[in-house]
Design a protein around this ligand. Structure first.
Ligand code: ADP
Length: 620
């Protein structure tokens, strides 16, 4: 095959330009990136050779660095999985990583790219910070063909066949820039050794320079805690996850007893874009006696902890265990339980000792974590213990225990209101008014999952211990039994007076409503909407609609505040059969108001505005 010329995908080309013009101070990271890629390639080859033992013959995995100090040439080679013609185009000619896209977005939005490179890391392209030309020679496992990818980073690259590599794997050959601003010669033995020591020491494959292995290869989770610096954890996390930001925290597990295993887990400090989609860099990696077995081993951790990254290394599993039966393997189940327990404990400690950090954690991952209430009822109590919520108490967060400590002596339970993700809007809900007036605290729940939790609260949690009361239901009120009786009486008395207004409202809004009822549980608002028992909430309806589901329109009950002067006046007008031409507009507006306060869309905004303007014209 003769040489083919390609152009980098637009985004890739933009990134390359930034790399070439980079004055980023920490260029050393390019070598970390290359070694990390080589290490991944060796992991992938190992997995293939587990499936097909023939491929394992004569396998002597290594990462080899060669350098010519005078000619300023540096090569990083591996005998890993390798890349074929299409891989070179797909992996090196385009950007697949969402992290890199985020990087570009941030750079475009005015952030100085130089500050961003270190935060995001940009993988293979970082070589262009130090090299003005790169040649990648690669032969893919199972193929006889070797390809060479050449680029100077200026928008295009070429691919051609070349002399067959003796074994599968990849050589990345860098022609280092003649003049380097930082005066470092990256082909110098000491520079190389320094970088490997700093960033790649824990890589589990040998990194060879000259004839020596220059990394300790010591798995960080196997080392005693006293030997590990905080930076080591951070570097390891970055290698493992391809995330470029420091993790929020790490958790070490050292389980000894009936089952022996070690673990090193991390909680990221930002929710990766691809949290749910990228198993490549995701989840927990399983090792058996320091040998990498698989990424994203789902059985090691419950689904609602899926944002946790890390490594678990078991001494008790057999190396040739088949992936298919992993889930059923009793040892895996034991590991899972004890890992889960450890995570609960560590999060509890964090909540007790570093509230600020905990809030950061919860703001990012709380909504995922709370899925556990629904999926893991067995541990609902543990989850409840470390769940925090916003509330009407103050602007901060509260645990359920803290809420309980503030409860009034005769309070019936923990009052909760779930709604849209906008806290400020939820705080404006008419349903809170009476609770606020009477000095009762209400938890404000803004995650979609909260609604489901509230609906099933009594099944999830033991109501004798934690009783969550959803104040969206009209039988949940802050009133005492005596008050309730009294109010019921008042409402009954008002019934005849209310009848005419009800008839009028139904005539105007008829098909939109399930019913119209007088209410004494509102303070300032004129009206609110409630779901009939067992009906879907507006919030839920919105969620399902947004998810593209065909949801039938749920009719709601319109409650009118009969202690409010406006409603009182309306009752009077309706009673006297007063054919006030404004009534139609006013009633429609009251209904739309209730929808707005509920965070729902009004049916016809133009009509709403027209009615409002009509009234204004009359008043002025
Ligand atoms: P990342 O490693 O974060 O995915 P890179 O830009 O460093 O991003 O690499 C892009 C892709 O190129 C890798 O995901 C991998 O599939 C492929 N790749 C890079 N280096 C190698 C290598 N030495 N051997 C095999 N594949 C490689």
């Amino acid at each position: 095959m003769s040489e083919e010329k390609f152009y980098f995908q637009t985004e890739a080309a933009e990134l390359l330009k930034m790399m070439i013009n980079s004055v980023y101070s920490n260029r050393d990271i390019f070598l970390r990136e290359l070694i990390s890629n080589a290490s991944d390639a060796l992991d992938k080859r190992r997995i293939e050779s587990l499936k097909n033992t023939e491929l394992a013959e004569n396998l002597k995995p290594e990462i080899k660095i060669t350098a010519d100090k005078d000619k300023k040439i540096l090569t990083v080679s591996d005998n890993g999985i390798g890349m074929d013609h299409d891989d070179l185009i797909n992996y090196l000619g385009t950007i697949a990583k969402s992290g890199t896209k985020e990087f570009l977005q941030a750079a475009k939005s005015g952030e100085n790219p130089q500050n961003l490179i270190g935060q995001f890391g940009v993988g293979f392209y970082s070589v262009f910070m130090v090299a003005d030309k790169v040649e990648v020679t690669s032969r893919k496992l199972g193929s006889d063909e070797t390809y060479i990818f050449t680029s100077d980073g200026s928008g295009s690259y070429t691919i051609a066949t070349t002399e067959t590599r003796p074994e599968c794997g990849t050589d990345v050959k860098l022609f280092l820039r003649e003049v380097s601003d930082d005066n470092k010669n990256y082909a110098d033995e000491w520079v190389i050794k320094g970088i490997v020591n700093k960033y790649s020491d824990f890589i589990s494959w040998p990194v060879i320079f000259g004839d020596n292995v220059i990394n300790s290869q010591k798995a960080i989770w196997q080392k005693p805690e006293s030997e590990i610096k905080d930076d080591d954890y951070k570097e390891f996390y970055k290698h493992l996850t391809h995330d470029w930001r420091d993790p929020l925290m790490h958790i070490r597990i050292n389980a000894e007893g009936s089952t022996n295993f070690k673990g090193l887990l991390f909680i990221p400090s930002v929710a990766p874009f691809d949290l749910f989609m990228n198993p490549e860099s995701g989840g927990i990696s399983l090792y058996i006696n320091r040998v990498f077995i698989m990424n994203d081993c789902k059985y090691l951790i419950p689904d609602y902890m899926r944002f946790i990254r890390g490594v678990i290394d078991s001494e008790d599993l057999s190396l040739n265990i088949s992936r298919e039966i992993l889930q059923e393997e009793p040892i895996i189940k034991v590991i899972r339980r004890s890992t889960q327990r450890k995570i609960f404990n560590e999060l509890k400690k964090l909540l007790e000792n570093d509230r600020e950090k905990y809030i950061k954690f919860w703001t990012i991952f709380g909504k995922i974590f709370k899925e556990g209430f629904i999926n893991d009822r067995e541990h609902a109590k543990n989850i409840a213990e470390i769940s925090i919520f916003r509330s009407t108490h103050d602007d901060g967060w509260t645990t359920l225990e803290e809420y309980k400590s503030r409860m009034k002596p005769d309070q019936k339970g923990i009052y909760c209101l779930a709604g849209r993700d906008d806290l400020a809007a939820l705080k404006a809900s008419p349903k809170l008014e009476l609770f606020a007036q009477k000095g009762f605290e209400v938890l404000l729940m803004t995650d979609p999952v909260d609604e489901v939790i509230l609906n099933q609260a009594n099944f999830i949690l033991n109501p004798d211990e934690i009783k969550l009361l959803n104040i969206a239901q009209n039988d949940i009120t802050p009133n005492t039994d005596d008050e309730i009786k009294n109010i019921d009486e008042q409402l009954k008395n008002i019934e005849p007076e209310f009848k005419n207004l009800k008839g009028l409202v139904l005539k105007i809004l008829g098909e939109k409503l399930e019913d119209v009822k007088p209410s004494l549980s509102l303070v300032n608002s004129l009206a609110c909407l409630r779901e009939p028992k067992n009906a879907m909430s507006l919030q839920m309806e919105n969620i399902l609609r947004m998810a593209g589901q065909d949801v039938p329109v749920q009719k709601r009950i319109l409650e009118l505040n009969v202690s409010h002067p406006v409603i009182k006046k309306l009752m009077e007008l309706a009673k006297n059969n007063n054919d006030n031409e404004n009534l139609n507009d006013i009633i429609s507006i009251i209904y739309d108001q209730a929808l707005i306060l509920e965070g729902a869309r009004i049916d016809d905004p133009a009509e709403f505005v027209k009615r409002l303007n009509n009234l204004m014209e009359k008043v002025l």
